[in-house]
Every structure is written in C-alpha cells, then in structure tokens.
Design a protein around this ligand. Structure first.
Ligand code: ZN
Length: 246
C-alpha cells in the first residue's frame, strides 16, 4: 500500500520528554534571483516603496532586510510536502493548516511524516529555523509593478503602477536550523522523516527552493552553501558534538 510508511505512531512523535539528539544544520543561503519577503501595502509608514520588504533593526539603529525563520520554515514544509507527494502519493499529504486532518491523524495514532517534522496543532515541531540575516550589505532594488487581475491575468485597472522592493541577487544570508529527535543519518525505512530531511537539504543545496513573493516570475530562488551539520547528543553524562556528513 502506498503511503504505508508515511505515518508514525504518536509515541514516535510526542517524544520531547528527553532530547536524545539534536542536529544543527548551518550554512549560508544565497538568493540567486531578486528576493522579495515583503510586508503588505502601507504597513511600513514612510517607506519610499508602496510594497516594502521586511526589515529588522540591528544595533546602531540600522534597519536591514531579513528573512523570518517562520517564512523559511513554511517554504521548507511546502517542499517536504511536494517530496512526500512524489514518494508516497498525493493523497498522503494534507495542507499545513488542515486542523481536522491533524486531529484525525492524532485520533488514529497515525501522524504523517510532515507533521512529524514540522508539527501541527496536535504535535510539537521537531524543527526550529532561525531568522536569516544578511552577511554582506544588500542592495535594495525598486521595481515598478502593475496590478494583475488574478482571475483573468490581465492588467487590473485602478491598481498600480506601484513600486516593489527586492533584495538584489547574490546576497549571503545566515542559515541555522535545528532538528530535534529525528535521526537524520538513519537509512532505515521505518521512520520516513530522515530520508525526507536529507532530500530537503540536498534540494536546498541545488537551489530548488523559492522564497517570498513573485515566484512565478522566478524571484526568490535560494540555495544553501557551505553546509555543515553538527550532531549533538548526551552520552555518559557528557555532551558530544560531532560533525556529520549527510
Ligand atoms: Zn499530518
């Protein structure tokens, strides 16, 4: 049966009574294309753009663009959903905010691997993604846009032209993700999550993920460089940290 190995028993997922192993995935994200992680129209008073990008205040009063960890996590989840649909069939996967499905999985004691990684209203997330900050000085571009009617694809009268902010390509961003209590080196088929996470990380290395707005015109392609994976575990009362290759 397809999808047979896609689900986990509750006790495999509700396992935060002890932190057995933590993998810390580090590297640098590079946006290969213009990147727009935006805030909505008019949310940033005084901005020169109608559609500004998200910024965070750093010490010294500088505001720099950043990528919220929650946005990154959402993109990672979508990608794992696509991988899971390809491997286990489209019926195995449900939308992240389908609370009925999450409850049903819990009642049936069959938690899907995607919830088993990213969490749901019923199970805690096994993955923490930090905010990504630029490591060099990003150039911000202002692009004129026009309103496109979503239903008909034509120019929407009355909307725009407006200006949209993008971060220019080639910016390096910090990347740090912690994976808790999932043995990602495990090649066994019993737990589907290690394989999905390894596939996710290699997809990131190949620049297969897109982040932020205007994906349909190729914006937001990101790739992960300088990957390092650290395995942290307590053995004989001591914290051991080793670098692993995955
Ligand atoms: Zn699920």
């Amino acid at each position: 049966m397809r999808g047979a190995n896609f689900h986990l028993r509750r006790d495999r997922v509700a396992d935060f009574d002890s932190l057995r192993v933590v993998y810390e995935v580090e590297g640098r994200l590079v946006n290969e294309a213009p990147l727009r992680v935006g805030v909505g129209r008019g949310e940033e008073p005084g901005s020169p753009s109608d559609l500004p990008i998200m910024r965070i205040s750093r010490s010294g009063g500088r505001d720099v663009p950043y990528i919220p960890g929650s946005s990154l996590k959402g993109v990672l989840r979508s990608h794992v959903e696509r991988l899971a649909a390809a491997i286990y069939g489209p019926d195995a996967v449900h939308p992240p905010f389908d609370t009925n499905k999450a409850e049903e999985e819990f009642e049936k004691d069959m938690i899907c691997a995607v919830c088993g990684i990213f969490g749901s209203i019923k199970v805690a997330s096994h993955l923490v993604v930090r905010d990504s900050l630029p490591l060099n000085s990003p150039t911000i571009m202002l692009k004129p846009g026009i309103g496109i009617n979503r239903d008909f694809g034509g120019v929407q009268p009355g909307i725009g032209p407006f200006s949209e902010e993008y971060v220019s390509p080639g910016v390096e961003w910090s990347f740090n993700m912690k994976i808790m209590n999932i043995p990602i080196e495990d090649e066994g088929a019993e737990d589907p999550r290690p394989r999905l996470l390894r596939l996710l990380i290699s997809s990131m290395g190949r620049g297969e993920l897109q982040l932020g707005g205007r994906k349909s015109v190729g914006a937001g392609v990101i790739s992960l460089k300088y990957l390092k994976v650290w395995k942290k575990m307590v053995a004989d009362g001591e914290l051991r940290v080793v670098e692993v290759k995955i």
